[in-house]
Design a protein around this ligand. Structure first.
Ligand SMILES: C[S@@+](CC[C@H](N)C(=O)[O-])C[C@H]1O[C@@H](n2cnc3c(N)ncnc32)[C@H](O)[C@@H]1O
Length: 264
């Protein structure tokens, strides 16, 4: 009987998979991967294939969401579906899992290290003080929804932090500066006063790599900085505990005057 195993690959390269995930992938009859919800910037499909001992078929979004290819393969044998990060965190793969389940295919999830928790950890922000997460979209003509800004506004009104994922499509990545500009432009349209140029924000880049990028400063300062190559997330803090301020100062370059104002 077949099986579909969702396997999280972690954050940066082929070494970020858990030992369990590695063993599960090696035990599969066929391996598929998708890199449209997130990427392993430090790994190639060839490096993954060498580690797992079999070819990895990288699928486009339509081949996952608009096709039964993965489910059909999983009727025949054990199929691994490889996803960067945690396979079910900020992805649509629960739909594929349900489709497989309804087709009578057994499914399992092997969790992976996720950018959603790793970003909070790198900044020293407490995970239970985050409100809803939002995604900032790449600019498309006539499409700049206010919804991510509204999530920040609602979280900040409740004193909660907001994690903002940055859209990626093929070789285009929304940069941290574009993300911050998006929020400030939304502020101009909505006018709720949720964010200003002086509002504290955080940028986290290249989690899992040897040199992750971790910054906290006023939006206007972060807007002018070079945050290096992708991937990145943004965070807009809500009410900060003094330990969180101390972490931002120690690990994210938060300027001392801002740290002092935030702990006052
Ligand atoms: C749609 S989410 C999917 C998250 C993934 N399933 C996980 O658990 O990490 C993808 C977004 O997470 C962020 N991200 C993923 N990996 C990252 C990394 N290594 N460093 C920084 N941000 C990352 C980026 O904003 C990226 O566009």
């Amino acid at each position: 009987m077949g099986e579909l195993v969702f396997i999280g690959l972690g954050l940066h390269d082929e070494r970020d998979v858990t030992r369990r995930g590695l063993e599960e992938a090696q035990a599969c009859d066929a391996l598929f991967a998708e890199f449209f919800t997130s990427r392993l910037q430090g790994a190639t499909p060839e490096a993954l294939a060498a580690l797992y001992g079999r070819e990895v078929h990288v699928l486009a979004r339509e081949e996952v969401e608009g096709s039964d290819r993965v489910v059909e393969a999983a009727r025949e044998g054990r199929v691994g579906f490889l996803v960067a990060g945690d396979p079910m965190a900020a992805t649509t793969h629960v739909e594929l899992r349900l489709r497989a389940h309804r087709a009578g295919v057994r499914t399992r999830v092997v969790a992976g290290v996720s950018a959603l928790t790793a970003a909070a950890g790198a900044l020293g922000l407490q995970i239970y003080k985050f409100g809803r997460t939002a995604s900032l979209p790449l600019p498309r003509r006539g499409f700049a929804p206010l919804s991510p800004y509204e999530v920040v506004a609602a979280n900040r009104a409740a004193g909660l932090h907001t994690l903002l994922l940055l859209d990626l499509q093929e070789e285009r990545y929304l940069t941290p500066a574009e993300g911050l500009a998006y929020l400030l432009e939304a502020e101009e349209r909505a006018g709720d006063g949720a964010v200003r140029a002086e509002t504290l924000a955080c940028v986290v880049g290249r989690l899992g790599s040897a040199e992750p990028h971790v910054r906290a400063d006023r939006m206007e300062t972060l807007l002018k900085e070079d945050h290096g190559p992708p991937l990145h997330v943004l965070a807009v803090p809500g009410r900060l505990h003094f330990m969180e301020v101390a972490c931002l100062e120690a690990f994210a370059g938060l300027p001392a005057d801002l740290a002092e104002a935030l702990t006052r």
